[in-house]
Design a protein. Structure first.
Length: 169
């Protein structure tokens, strides 16, 4: 029975440590670090000076990421740590609607303005949305809640198994 408990403990910690669930995030535009800035979620507009650059971000490990700029869709695959990137080239000096999406995660939506080289990068926050009535309520699909529930359920299972073994002997 101790071997079973040891194996289950090992499996629990392996699953907990190797889970690749990360929220979909845009972390860099070109060389500008935007980590934890909320670009596309709480920040709805961003101005950048160059017409060709790489977008970098994070998502669930090994997931497909679709980056739609106006009517053109680019694709990327997140690596084992959840990092993804895609190169955009020759965008016009104009506003571009950008939607970044990955299965099971809340999409990022922003207006990317490509301005002249003299422009300074700027970000515009999204206005707070107040919901007055609702027939149903959902949480963002970032995966954190599911992992927390799974971890708690497994811990309770192990405790129950330990109690059952103790009283059986």
């Amino acid at each position: 029975m101790k071997k079973v408990l040891s194996f289950l403990s090992f499996l629990f910690f392996f699953l907990l440590s190797s889970s690749g669930v990360r929220a979909l995030e845009l972390t860099k535009i070109g060389t500008t670090d935007l980590t934890n800035k909320g670009i596309g979620s709480t920040v709805s507009a961003y101005t950048y000076a160059l017409r060709s650059f790489t977008l970098y971000g994070t998502s669930t490990a090994s997931s497909s990421v679709a980056i739609k700029v106006d009517d053109v869709t680019y694709s990327s695959t997140a690596n084992a740590t959840g990092a993804w990137s895609t190169y955009l080239s020759n965008l016009t000096y104009d506003n571009h609607a950008v939607v970044i999406s990955s299965t099971g995660q809340t999409s990022l939506n922003l207006t990317l303005t490509i301005a002249s080289a003299a422009a300074t990068p700027t970000a515009t926050a999204t206005a707070a949305v107040t919901k007055t009535s609702s027939s149903s309520s959902t949480l963002p699909a970032s995966g954190a809640l599911e992992n927390t529930f799974l971890s708690a359920a497994f811990a309770l299972f192990l405790i129950g198994l330990g109690v059952a073994v103790k009283y059986r002997d």
